[in-house]
Design a protein around this ligand. Structure first.
Ligand SMILES: C[S@@+](CC[C@H](N)C(=O)[O-])C[C@H]1O[C@@H](n2cnc3c(N)ncnc32)[C@H](O)[C@@H]1O
Length: 392
């Protein structure tokens, strides 16, 4: 999954037009400017809880086209001390997307630092539009330490590679949990196929054991498939350590569950679900995020200095930040056509199912609300109390 998405020469994110109508899918920041604006309000509020530090690192993991950050920075310009305190840090593996992010923030000059390998480890630039320093990294571990930090991960965790495990059923002796692997059968037109390991693999012993420790024996009995994402746990651990040592918080917005994820591995090409093993590198691969595992990992890493909050539904999160009020303000100054677009975008972010004012056959009826499909989890320095929208 990692190779298919991020391989430097053939990875899906490295060479494709992945977002929007021409790409495979559309994400919340590109649905409506209101999404980035709401994350901006949440960030300003957390910065205030942190005691308005004079220096603040705003880190975004997997910023895509840079739309969220552009909307966030534009809409928070009126909070002058917040804007002045900011430096922007993007964790992005794709040179093509880095280029789009530079364009979004108007960062013309670039200074690249190669540390071996064919991809620059660090790129530094400055946003002419927002008058703030911007830097790019390949990994969160490379982002400087020692400065209060807010970390945003919007649809980043779903792109991280998973392992799948399945109960191997045997009539004679039960083998137990085995790993789903990918085999090559070169006689077939599509040479890739799933196979189940004949016995537990190293990953079964290492990753699955940890995940199963976090559920009861009764819960385990009811599950026959399970997914584990070690990289998601590693990134969550890194967020928790930073928040504990440097102060601040992080927010993870994604589709997923607050319980073990059973079988969610999926591929999307041109807005349609396709076979995950078909033409690797030409479709977006993702898996649902296991928020329950992230919470347990953070608790093991940094409790009680760091707390997790949620996950809550995106619908609830955006409503509490005042998206309704923002919609009304935008619609007031909009043309009829723009107003309709804003309404549709709003529905897509907070609604469930198709827009209720449309009927089958109408343009836009196929749109599905993300309101209860996406969840939001916050990880924050416990001293700050619950971040906006979350209960203690
Ligand atoms: C699904 S896209 C989401 C983009 C954006 N946040 C949005 O919502 O529109 C995932 C993003 O994470 C980046 N990405 C995926 N895996 C990565 C990795 N291992 N390291 C760094 N960036 C990664 C992709 O290049 C892309 O920018």
């Amino acid at each position: 999954m990692e190779e298919v998405l991020t391989n430097p020469s053939a990875g899906y994110y490295l060479h494709q037009e992945v977002f929007g109508a021409a790409g495979s899918f559309i994400t919340s920041p590109d649905v409506s400017q209101m999404f980035g604006e709401m994350i901006g309000i949440w960030s300003v509020s957390l910065w205030e809880q942190m005691g308005k530090p004079r220096k603040l690192q705003l880190v975004e993991l997997g910023p895509g086209r840079g739309t969220l950050m552009q909307d966030l920075l534009r809409s928070t310009l009126t909070f002058k001390d917040f804007s002045k305190a900011l430096s922007i840090h993007f964790v992005e593996c794709s040179p093509a997307l880095r280029k789009q992010q530079r364009r979004a923030l108007q960062c013309p000059s670039e200074e690249k630092k190669h540390e071996g390998g064919d991809r620059p480890a660090v790129e530094n630039s400055r946003s002419q539009r927002f008058e703030t320093n911007v830097a790019w990294y390949l990994d969160l571990k490379d982002v400087p330490r020692g400065v209060p930090t807010i970390i945003i991960a919007q649809e980043f965790f779903d792109a991280l590679p998973i392992h799948q495990f399945q109960h191997r059923l045997s009539q004679k002796t039960p083998v137990g949990w085995c790993e789903k692997l990918i085999d090559v059968d070169s006689r077939q037109a599509n040479p890739f196929r799933f196979v189940l390991s004949s016995q537990p693999t190293a990953a079964t012993l290492l990753y699955l054991k940890k995940r199963l420790n976090w559920i009861t024996a009764v819960e385990e009995e009811s599950i026959h498939h399970i997914e584990v994402c070690p990289k998601a746990l590693q990134v969550s651990q890194e967020i928790a350590k930073r928040v504990a040592e440097d102060s601040g918080g992080g927010i993870i917005i994604d589709y997923g569950k607050d319980e073990p994820v059973t079988d969610s591995f999926q591929a999307i090409r041109n807005h349609e679900f396709v076979n995950v093993l078909d033409k690797p590198g030409t479709a977006d691969l993702s898996a649902h995020v296991d928020f329950a595992a992230i919470k347990r990992m953070v608790a093991e890493t940094a409790s009680p200095t760091v707390s997790t909050y949620g996950p809550i539904f995106q619908q609830e999160f955006l409503a509490m930040l005042g998206i309704n009020v923002r919609l009304e303000a935008l619609v007031k100054d909009a043309s009829d056509e723009q107003g309709e677009k804003l309404q549709l975008g709003y529905w897509r972010l907070v609604g469930e199912g198709p827009p209720p004012w449309l009927s089958e056959g109408d343009d836009g009826y196929k749109i599905q609300g993300m309101g209860k499909h996406y969840r939001v989890l916050a990880i924050a320095d416990s001293k700050l109390g619950a971040p906006a929208c979350f209960r203690q």
